[in-house]
Design a protein. Structure first.
Length: 318
């Protein structure tokens, strides 16, 4: 009888103490696995360094995201393209907030998570300075609302959701542009970019000015070794490296020195002038906005657009 009594007591102890501990541990592991970072939207607002005003502001997240989409994408684009832009903008914000919380803070942000300088972060415009119609602004707001909380992740972390205006027909591998391999930023075909008004451009410069600009930025030039040559290209056609006056530089440096729209350029010297025939506009990594708009016009939704340009990602709601 006593043996039976102790058996019952031990059973009760097991139920009361050990099972709850097991449940807590399971819940803990689930939380750790499904939410490896904090969602900035739980705070409802973020700190943004508004470069136009040279001040850090506490800004409602919806206000920030609508301002980014309005500034970064033409308001006459297809709705699904704008939704793709909204998810990319939100992902960009989450990624920077995550990095900021991890201690990787940018001096350009003056203590804020992000800034409104388009050369450093995402462009941003207020509703008052938008310049478009009320209908266009409402379209932007809808794109943000209808994708509320959605971000792109890779291995449970928000990705670097980079984007640009117009590709040359195929995007670039991240390593071919920035020297670092990023698994979800791979070269993919991008249809419809040839419809962009920014698809082709041409820059002409005298040979004399070509040399002057090069000498200002490149050390050790020897023009006896030639004006330019030995061009190495990526699979999508962008210049990876090129020799200018016998000195090898990166395609990104060439673009910066001569203010080109992209690194996908053909060079020709003739009659004392150098001509750059350029395809595309932007760094050509990640999502092409004109490519996204073409896909949307063909009936593709924003999730298909994002999965085209960002390889192996997941779209999750946080």
């Amino acid at each position: 009888m006593m043996k039976r009594f102790f058996t019952v007591i031990l059973s009760v102890v097991f139920i009361v103490l050990l099972i709850p501990l097991a449940v807590v541990e399971i819940m803990k592991n689930t939380i750790d696995n499904t939410k490896p970072f904090d969602s900035p939207e739980t705070a409802q607002s973020i700190k943004v360094y508004v470069k136009q005003k040279d001040e850090v502001c506490d800004m409602d997240i919806f206000k920030y995201l609508t301002g980014v989409v309005a500034a970064e994408m033409p308001s006459d684009f297809e709705e699904e393209a704008m939704k793709a832009q909204a998810v990319a903008a939100r992902t960009y914000l989450y990624a920077h907030t995550y990095e900021n919380a991890s201690g990787n803070k940018s001096e350009e942000h003056n203590g804020a998570a992000v800034c409104t300088d388009s050369t450093h972060c995402q462009a941003w415009v207020s509703e008052e300075d938008f310049g478009g119609t009320e209908e266009a602004w409402n379209k932007v707001c809808s794109a943000v609302k209808e994708t509320s909380g959605e971000i792109m992740t890779y291995k449970k972390k928000p990705i670097s959701a980079v984007f640009f205006s117009t590709s040359s027909g195929q995007t670039e591998n991240a390593e071919d542009v920035w020297g670092k391999k990023i698994p979800y930023l791979k070269s993919v075909k991008s249809e419809g970019d040839e419809l962009s008004p920014r698809y082709k451009s041409e820059e002409n410069i005298s040979t004399e000015d070509f040399k002057k600009k090069a000498e200002e930025k490149i050390d050790g030039i020897d023009w006896e070794k030639g004006l330019f040559g030995n061009i190495k290209r990526s699979e999508s056609g962008g210049i990876k490296t090129i020799e200018i006056g016998g000195k090898e530089i990166k395609g990104t440096e060439l673009r910066s020195i001569y203010n080109l729209r992209s690194t996908n350029a053909e060079l020709e010297e003739k009659d004392g002038n150098v001509t750059f025939s350029v395809k595309g506009f932007g760094h050509n990594v990640g999502m092409s906005q004109y490519g996204a708009n073409y896909m949307a016009a063909q009936g593709k939704d924003y999730k298909k657009i994002l999965n085209r340009y960002y390889t192996g990602i997941k779209i999750e709601k946080h």
